[in-house]
Write a protein that binds this ligand. Structure first.
Ligand code: FAD
Length: 490
């Protein structure tokens, strides 16, 4: 291993490096989210020396695993993406290949489809899982991305942090100039793992694209047909937010024996409390450590995960672009006390049922992940969820109407954004944002969508199926997609 790679590996294990940019890189990926790192990983496995450029000081993008030490114990919270079904061979087969230990997300391992009752169509059976450490504690979903990165670096690839792409110039020589503020890197091919806003801000590339492609890229939609979502049953709020409260006395384990499922039954629709703080609990989501089963437990409780409009959790984010917020210390006591009052109000029936006194001690910390759905930030995924349903307010809204692009089909949307430049197929685009599908088949946001785009881009650039990736899955979802198909169809 060259000295440079060794230094990078060492820096990666302690924090990310900020290295000077190279003048040339044969194969590049911009963005160290799932798709960017996977693209580079696949290239690295074929012996290519790849460069990954990440705009921030953190890898993972919307997969955000935050590790923290409390006393002499470490807890990892996934404030963004956190789970997968092995039936999603992407990422399932990558996680298997890398040898990470996983465990069922729900302790009773229900089929994945059961977690998505009608109106969702979630065509996966294998129970949802998450990556765990040797102790069986959640290790954080970014573990898989880091695992791919370690292999990329070990095979001679390079990772450049805080390399914020500001423009892309497609050159006559068929090379591509990647501009990072005042610095530039020439490359022969690049996968842009960019969400909508940063992609659309690349002025030179944008001016090269057909107006039709720009219209597609600008299109964001969330149709809400009343047949599937009766009036008032669903409102899309200002953010998609998760919140975790740390209790030194994990009362849901220690006193209630409540370690599975949600409260209320669908925690995504939380209970409103007199504190003005909505509460929706997922008992098994947060990491908890116990001295013995259900004894002496301490840890994090997921007290909110929803798009419901609220300010209490949302106000804790440092900015539109920074989802992670932490509330703790002396100045936070009054807020944590209010949060505790709200949690106790919401869970009162459970304590009453078991004739157990409610704990008085508030949580000592609150950690939030706020994924913005407004303004310039838009860190939450943005997609085109169009509706073919008659009961949609304003009538059916097929893709061409939803985006105002006459004759637009799912296939054209998918192909045009995967290779957005008409003359430079070596510029590829893959991200969770570049999905158009009927809202009637809505099932949420999954890394699988980005990975399939990356795999289709690899196929388009001549790289076939790797032996470890399920053949049937590859044939259906990478090669076999036909007009009208959506990626979840099996
Ligand atoms: C709260 C929440 C929960 C979720 N739960 C799940 C789940 O359980 N399972 C699941 O599979 N999916 C889940 N998702 C969706 C999941 O997060 C995404 O599918 C996945 O992380 C997206 O990966 P991506 O490849 O699209 O890239 P992204 O995560 O969008 O990463 C893009 C990367 O590009 C970088 N970047 C942006 N602009 C620039 C620039 N100009 N220059 C350089 N770099 C740039 C970003 O910093 C980022 O690192 C969830 C999402 C959220 C928000």
């Amino acid at each position: 291993m060259a000295l440079f790679q060794l230094i990078q590996l060492l820096l990666l294990s302690t924090g990310e490096s900020v290295a000077p940019l190279p003048e040339f890189c044969e194969v590049s990926a911009v963005g160290a989210g799932w798709a960017g790192v996977y693209f580079a990983f696949r290239q690295a496995l074929t012996g290519k020396k790849v460069c990954i450029f990440e705009g921030t000081d953190r890898i993972g993008g919307r997969t955000y695993s935050h590790r923290m030490d409390i006393g002499d114990e470490t807890f990892t919270l996934d404030v963004g993406a956190y789970r997968f079904s092995p039936d999603m061979h992407l990422p399932g087969d990558v996680i298997k290949l890398l040898g990470f230990k996983t465990a069922c997300y729900e302790p009773n391992c229900p089929p994945a489809s059961q977690e998505f009752p009608e109106p969702f169509h979630f065509n996966y059976t294998a129970p949802l899982r998450r990556i765990v450490d040797a102790e069986g504690m959640p290790a954080g979903y970014v573990t898989a991305i880091r695992g791919m990165l370690d292999q990329i670096l070990a095979s001679g690839g390079q990772l450049f942090m805080e390399a914020n792409l500001t423009d892309v110039q497609a050159l006559h020589s068929q090379e591509v100039r990647l501009v990072f503020d005042t610095r530039a890197v020439l490359t022969k091919s690049v996968l842009l793992n960019l969400p909508r806003a940063p992609f659309l801000s690349l002025q030179s590339l944008r001016s090269d694209l057909p107006e039709r492609t720009v219209q597609m890229a600008n299109c964001v939609k969330f149709d809400v047909p009343t047949k599937f979502f009766p009036p008032g049953s669903f409102t899309l709020g200002k953010s998609l937010t998760k919140a975790y409260a740390y209790y030194a006395d994990a009362w849901w384990h220690n006193h209630l024996n409540q370690t599975v499922g949600q409260w209320p039954e669908n925690a995504f629709e939380p209970v409103n409390t007199s504190e003005g703080i909505p509460i929706g609990i997922h008992w098994n989501d947060g990491p908890v450590r116990c001295n013995a089963p259900l004894q002496g437990c301490r840890g994090f409780l997921e007290v909110f995960y929803s798009t419901t409009n609220e300010d209490f959790f949302e106000d804790l984010r440092p900015s539109d672009l920074q989802p992670l917020g932490i509330l703790k210390g002396k100045a936070a006591e009054a807020k944590l006390q209010r949060l505790h009052a709200a949690v106790m109000e919401a869970t009162k029936p459970l304590f009453q049922k078991k004739s157990v006194a409610q704990p008085k001690e508030p949580p000592s910390m609150l950690v939030v992940g706020v994924w913005d759905r407004t303004g310039h930030g838009f860190t939450a995924p943005t997609k085109v969820y169009y509706s073919k349903d008659e009961t949609t307010p304003g009538g059916p809204d097929p893709l061409e109407k939803a985006c105002g692009v006459p004759g637009l089909t799912d296939k054209e949307y998918r192909d045009s954004l995967l290779f957005p430049h008409p003359d430079h197929k070596q510029i590829m685009l893959a991200n969770n944002d570049w999905v158009a599908q009927p809202v009637e088949k809505m099932f949420g946001d999954w890394a699988e969508e980005s990975l399939l785009q990356a795999e289709r881009a690899l196929h388009g650039s001549g790289l076939g199926r790797p032996a470890w990736l399920d053949e049937d899955y590859y044939n259906r979802k990478v090669l076999g997609i036909a007009e009208g198909d959506i990626v979840t169809m099996v």
